[in-house]
Design a protein around this ligand. Structure first.
Ligand code: SF4
Ligand code: SF4
Length: 112
């Protein structure tokens, strides 16, 4: 057996034929501060859910920008809405509200 001892990286190229920005536009309508997110990861470092599970709130922001509705629908359930992420954000983004908006809207989008 040939053990190459490394994993071939999977492509993260955005497929614009299936890109879905409906959720991103909804979030920006009610929480425009998200536009200033620099993906620093400060929110992830303090996240309560991230300490207990593999939840990564910074990746939630990235998936939101990439229109990855299916990934978000599963991951968003892990948030405990403690609000610590919002307290530490250097850009004063209410990231807890971003997560809440995603959770509320995704139920409707998944039915459409
Ligand atoms: S701490 Fe704020 S700026 Fe940094 S990744 Fe989180 S939401 Fe974005
Ligand atoms: S509100 Fe959710 S995303 Fe923010 S720190 Fe708490 S568990 Fe993490």
């Amino acid at each position: 057996m040939n053990d190459l001892s490394f994993l071939k990286p999977t492509s993260r190229q955005i497929d614009f034929d299936h890109f879905d920005n409906r959720l991103l536009l909804y979030v920006l309508q009610y929480e425009p501060s998200f536009l200033t997110c620099v993906s620093c990861g400060g929110c992830t470092a303090t996240c309560s859910a991230g300490n207990l599970t593999n939840f990564n709130v910074r990746k939630i922001g990235l998936s939101l920008r990439r229109g990855e509705i299916d990934i978000l629908a599963e991951e968003i359930q892990k948030c405990m809405f403690c609000g610590k992420c919002t307290l530490v954000c250097p850009r004063d983004i209410n990231i807890r509200n971003v997560v809440l908006l995603i959770k509320k809207r995704i139920v409707i989008l998944k039915k459409q």
